[in-house]
Design a protein around this ligand. Structure first.
Ligand code: GUN
Ligand code: FE
Length: 455
């Protein structure tokens, strides 16, 4: 096999989650990145190959050292973002989901018929997510073909790994006339064109940015459209994304319309594949979990959004224990924060509220749901390797043949809220502190596929 050329070697402290709940800290480790941006070696002092790699990299002038206060983490994976909702961040959070969509979201999304408007917002969003350490994002765009393609181009230009969907929604009962696909046929045709155009974008030969089949959610789509998109998913092998059993209203609507859960219905339409990511899944039952696992479908857990719009919190503990593929999502703007680290925190917090319950009028024995908490190690897994698994991408951990998507967290960055002290903090304390208090000022450098995109 051909040996790829060495691009660079970094030496420093690496922190990653190679398996659910496991945090590995590799001090003074070397990570070698080849010309394709893949990790070609990860090695620690004492390993037989360490000295040779260090010497070879030094001689070639390709060894870079991280400072003692800097930590290399895998790039963060956001498995659920509504790109057009970026200007809606932090607005109307007191409305229920259906009202929020109809009165705020759909009028805003309709504006992306204007390519210039789309340009400004999408440039700013992608830049902000990268600044916050998000190296891979799974995006919903809008129903508009032109500005959806533009979002894909902007991700490529800014160097972010992205999966982008032109939203499909044609149901006149649930979507306003000013913002819906003209027909199921038109939505299918535009989706097919989108699936052709994204892989063909200049500079995208390696597939850094990929198209996604995106029925918004069952209420917004006719059965004809869901069937057509399911057939397209089977035929094309492309990624699929949609919302699943998010809140009481939506879950109830599907039970009434189709007489079955979202999971069963999406499965019957051929929309549950190994390349599907279902946002939320808050109300999935045991049988739904079995179907999702069988299909190797991924789940995007959006904890902050859950607390505002879902009337419930996703059963993360159960899902991880059953071996489901779960990543984290911001759900911008349902979740009013662009950070995946913040959503790590929220995933832990939400699970703690779920476990203990929050109603002081109830006795402790019946207040919560015992055994449902997760900790920061599991949240970090979901934010990195779990997200990669859900998307079927080799990203999110420092392992040979994975893509080098990584961030440097500078724990001594000026004007940050983080306080880390070598003499007081040990083991994974530092990671926990990063999750709870690091922000974009601590994220000093960002690489995607071996390419530095923030420094
Ligand atoms: N369900 C359908 N569309 C949306 C959306 O834009 N945000 C959220 N949170 N849920 C949805
Ligand atoms: Fe969403």
């Amino acid at each position: 096999m051909k040996q790829e050329k060495l691009k660079f070697v970094l030496r420093g402290t690496l922190i990653h989650a190679p398996a659910v709940g496991v945090v590995e800290i590799l001090e003074n480790a070397l990570v070698a990145v080849d010309n394709r941006g893949q990790i070609s070696a990860v090695t620690s002092p004492g390993s037989p190959d360490y000295a040779a790699l260090e010497q070879a990299a030094t001689q070639a002038g390709k060894l870079e050292r991280l400072a003692p206060q800097e930590y290399l983490l895998p790039g963060l994976v956001d498995t659920h973002v509504h790109a057009p909702q970026w200007p809606q961040l932090g607005k109307a959070l007191d409305r229920p989901l259906d009202e929020w969509l109809q009165q705020y979201t759909f009028p805003l999304e309709a504006r992306y018929a204007d390519a210039e408007f789309a340009e400004r917002i999408y440039q700013h969003l992608v830049h902000t997510l990268i600044a916050n350490g998000t190296t891979t994002a799974l995006y919903y765009a809008t129903i508009h073909l032109e500005s959806s393609v533009r979002l894909a181009e902007i991700c490529l230009e800014q160097g972010q790994r992205a999966l982008v969907g032109k939203v499909a929604m044609d149901n006149p009962d649930q979507c306003p006339e000013y913002y819906r696909d003209a027909s199921a046929g038109q939505a299918l045709e535009d989706t097919e064109r989108f699936l052709e155009q994204v892989p063909d974008m200049p500079g995208n030969a390696d597939g850094l940015v990929r198209p996604v089949i995106t029925p918004r959610f069952i209420p917004a789509c006719t059965d004809e459209l869901l069937r057509g998109l399911g057939e397209l998913a089977q035929r094309s092998g492309c990624h699929v994304q949609t919302h699943c059993s998010e809140g009481d209203w939506e879950h109830g609507y599907v039970l009434e319309r189709h007489g079955k859960t979202d999971t069963c219905s999406l499965d019957d339409f051929g929309l549950l594949t190994a390349r599907t990511v279902l946002a939320h899944c808050d109300f999935i039952n045991e049988s739904d979990m079995g179907i999702i696992k069988g299909a190797q479908t991924g789940i995007s857990h959006c904890p902050l959004s859950n607390l505002y719009f879902a009337n419930a919190v996703f059963p993360a503990r159960q899902a991880l224990d059953r071996g489901l593929q779960v990543g984290l999502g911001t759900d911008i703007a349902g979740g009013a924060n662009p950070g995946i680290l913040h959503n790590c925190q929220m995933a832990v917090t939400a699970s703690r509220a779920r476990e203990d319950g929050v109603n002081p009028d109830l006795p402790p024995a019946t207040r919560g749901t015992p055994g449902t908490r997760i900790d920061f190690r599991e949240a970090f897994w979901m934010a990195t390797a779990g997200g990669g698994e859900a998307l079927g991408l080799k990203v999110g951990k420092f392992v040979k043949d994975y893509a080098f998507d990584a961030i440097v967290v500078d724990t001594q960055a000026p004007d940050s809220n983080l306080i880390v002290r070598e003499d007081l903090d040990e083991g994974d304390d530092i990671l926990q502190k990063i999750i709870y208090n690091a922000d974009r000022s601590n994220i000093k450098r960002v690489w995607v596929q071996g390419k530095l995109i923030k420094s």
